[in-house]
Write a protein that binds this ligand. Structure first.
Ligand SMILES: [Zn+2]
Length: 61
């Protein structure tokens, strides 16, 4: 399964539905990859408005 990134919350998943926002606006065309282990302690997570641990794309086209 190709990895896809949610256009809304940037989470990377191989499902057809975003596990975070339950939306289906997923794109296979994304760049960069960050793993957030603890969203409450990560400045990057704060900047990207990420609230849950997981894998996220930096840029989605
Ligand atoms: Zn989402």
């Amino acid at each position: 399964m190709p990895q896809k990134a949610c256009r809304v919350c940037k989470v990377v998943t191989s499902d057809n539905v975003c596990p975070v926002c339950k939306g289906s606006e997923l794109s296979e065309d994304f760049f960069g990859f960050v793993i957030i282990l603890d969203a409450s302690k990560s400045q990057l997570a704060e900047k990207m408005k990420i609230k849950e641990a997981g894998q996220y794309a930096l840029k989605i086209r």
